[in-house]
Design a protein around this ligand. Structure first.
Ligand code: NAG
Ligand code: NAG
Ligand code: NAG
Ligand code: NAG
Ligand code: NAG
Length: 603
């Protein structure tokens, strides 16, 4: 692996060189031959062309798969009007078409963002960013292929749909699916809200919804089957995918989902007081009288702010140097406009089963919490500062329900210190791993337990099955390096995002696997399982798993349901192990600490 220094250089280089906004979004090409010949995706040798209904025609490019076979790529297709000027903070508007032939051979720049996952947050991107990428095998027949739509993660404040980070090569090597990756507004641009019609909120999710509508209508032109769309996402992208299941607006736009490391009930999924947050935010933008302005005046002021200044004003929302990591989140839209995306709290919707269920697959990695924990452990200033105010900062990080009083908070924090820190109120080399487990359980594993428990009790799980997996494959690369900024602090195992290494090629982040290596084989195995689910609505070895239902959930003392476990195995014996161990005791401990009796309490 490259040295950390080089990694940063590489990321920065790609950021600077490859994501430069192109001067024109739409290239008008006057090619007579294109007009005269019927446009077909199969014939051309130089660049693939395709026409999309009444929208217009596209000229993409060929890319080669990891194993070599070529496929078609159409990059940077606009699905919404650029959300700039008066459209900043507005619901996305459909893009109705273009003249001439759209140049779809280059990826578009990222959505404007400040990436707080990196030890030194980097600002990058543009506001005009509502584009999607379509990758399609070169198929000779009239086959219509299942479609996989990927929603990237990044805490709703960062991330990218670019092939340099979410490369389609492994998925395209299967020749069995069409892949679409979508960009959506991030940070203040996608998630600020006054919770009324002036700035209705959930804009980033509404962008995703509009992209899904585009795909449903148009994917047939690319050889895709609009009845076989699987939504998949990781981290905030997984939470987003799950929220689409809960939204009436997205009903019917897909038939199944895969939620990798995130579900709609995670403790960071909702901003509780969006208007109050927006007023506070406006204060950090130096907008005068931000507490007294009408929401319409407030939005006008924010709409006319310099975009970079807006992004930097987000720092003001943090209660500590780096926390909360996620401040721009979905909201419950209580304003009653007909195009609201989410009208009730996800935890309530889930616990009451008030939504149209679809078959789904969801999984976790062991070290989810690393995305927050490692950057504190690796930075001596942060670690010492955390230790100097340990109990209070830990309490804040744990996001206790608002109704806990001072005494309850102190007692519950002590319980956590006893359970995870062996009684030591300090971050040091001995308590570091307990700290990781603690944040992993709070933010991911306990919500995972509750969501499954809830699902099998409220939904007909025989008709709309749920499949679980655990990702425990450790290879040569790890996202741990990005969280620590390359500082070596020991081995923390498989961490948040490491499953992406085997899902997407990411030339901007790490070198390719050796062809034929165990890692390359594992990527093919992992991707094959995702594709199998997209095709058949169940994972590869579904027959070896007992269905996850009320009868099987928790039937053994330390289990939830059977799940697939992806592990390192003997060379050339890559396996999916079926296992059913899960730390139920800790999930129950958290439910007791958080006073969640039936996992229905909204916290
Ligand atoms: C607001 O004012 C402060 C203090 O003058 C300054 O440091 C900060 O950069 C300003 N922020 C914006 C977004 O203009
Ligand atoms: C916005 O502010 C940044 C510095 O914060 C500056 O570099 C940039 O030119 C400004 N953009 C506009 C359009 O004023
Ligand atoms: C450590 O954290 C502090 C506070 O967030 C930050 O200012 C500093 O740049 C960080 N150091 C490194 C090496 O990342
Ligand atoms: C903790 O571990 C790191 C790396 O493993 C090492 O550099 C450091 O000296 C250790 N600190 C203590 C207090 O043992
Ligand atoms: C649950 O466990 C009991 C024994 O512990 C066993 O008899 C029963 O078949 C199990 N039920 C299912 C659905 O696996």
């Amino acid at each position: 692996m490259q040295s950390p220094h080089n990694i940063w250089q590489t990321i920065l280089m790609f950021t600077l060189l490859c994501f430069q906004p192109t001067t024109t979004n739409i290239t008008k090409v006057t090619t007579k031959s294109l007009v005269e010949e019927p446009v077909s995706k199969h014939k051309s040798f130089d660049a693939p062309k395709i026409c999309v209904g009444t929208l217009g025609c596209l000229q993409g490019k060929y890319m080669s798969g990891f194993e070599g076979e070529n496929f078609e790529a159409y990059l940077g297709i606009p699905y919404a009007l650029p959300p700039v000027g008066e459209l900043r903070f507005a619901n996305p508007k459909e893009f109705r078409g273009w003249n001439g032939i759209l140049d779809a051979a280059k990826p578009k720049p990222n959505c404007l963002q400040k990436n707080y996952i990196l030890p030194v947050p980097v600002v990058d991107g543009v506001e005009d960013c509502l584009y999607l990428n379509v990758y399609s095998p070169i198929i000779e027949s009239q086959r219509s292929l299942p479609v996989m739509v990927y929603i990237h993660g990044g805490g709703w404040f960062s991330g990218t749909a670019s092939p340099l980070f979410h490369g389609p090569e492994y998925l395209m090597d299967t020749n069995e699916v069409i892949l679409v990756t979508i960009a959506y507004r991030l940070g203040p641009f996608g998630f600020l809200s006054t919770n009324d019609a002036n700035m209705p909120g959930n804009l980033g999710l509404k962008d995703q919804n509009l992209a899904l509508l585009w795909i449903k209508r148009n994917i047939v032109e690319f050889g895709g089957d609009p009845e076989k769309i699987t939504l998949f996402g990781q981290s905030a992208g997984a939470v987003s995918a799950h929220l689409h299941v809960l939204s009436k607006q997205s009903e019917g736009l897909f038939r199944s989902i895969i939620a990798m490391s995130g579900t709609a009930n995670v403790p960071f999924s909702i901003t509780e007081n969006p208007l109050q947050q927006t007023r506070t935010f406006a204060k950090f933008c130096n907008i005068s009288h931000s507490d007294e302005l009408s929401t319409s005046e407030l939005v006008q002021e924010l709409r006319h702010m310099n975009a970079t200044d807006l992004l930097n004003a987000g720092d003001g929302l943090k209660y500590w140097h780096i926390d909360h990591m996620t401040n721009f989140r979905p909201i419950v839209e209580t304003h009653g406009t007909p195009d609201a995306f989410l009208t009730d709290h996800p935890v309530r919707l889930l616990s009451e089963g008030k939504y149209k269920a679809v078959p789904w697959m969801t999984g976790i990695v062991l070290g989810e919490g690393a995305v927050r924990v490692l950057s504190i452990l690796a930075n001596e200033t942060l670690r010492q500062d955390f230790n100097s105010n340990f109990r209070e900062l830990l309490q804040k990080l744990l996001d206790f329900p608002k109704f806990f009083d001072h005494g309850q908070r102190a007692a519950k924090t002590q319980q956590i210190i006893d359970e995870y820190f062996d009684g030591q109120a300090e971050l040091n080399n001995i308590t570091a791993h307990g700290f990781l487990e603690c944040i992993t359980d709070r933010a991911f594993h306990q919500p995972f337990y509750n969501v499954v428990n809830n699902y099998i009790r409220t939904v007909d799980a025989k008709r709309y099955p749920i499949y679980l997996y655990q990702f425990n494959y450790k290879g040569p690369y790890s996202f741990a390096k990005f969280y620590t900024g390359g500082v070596s602090i020991g081995d923390f195992g498989v961490v948040h995002c490491d499953d992406l290494i085997y899902t997407f090629r990411a030339p901007a982040l790490y070198p390719d696997f050796q062809k034929g290596s165990n890692d390359a084989k594992f990527a093919a195995l992992f991707v094959g399982n995702l594709v199998h689910f997209a095709k058949y609505g169940k994972p590869r070895n579904a027959d070896a798993l007992r269905p996850c239902t009320e009868d099987t959930f928790g039937n053994e003392s330390d289990s939830i349901c059977d799940y697939q476990e992806f592990i390192n195995a003997e060379p050339n014996e890559l396996q999916i192990r079926t296992n059913n161990k899960f730390n139920v005791r800790r999930a129950k401990l958290w439910n007791s600490i958080l006073d969640i009796e039936s996992s229905c309490t909204i916290i």
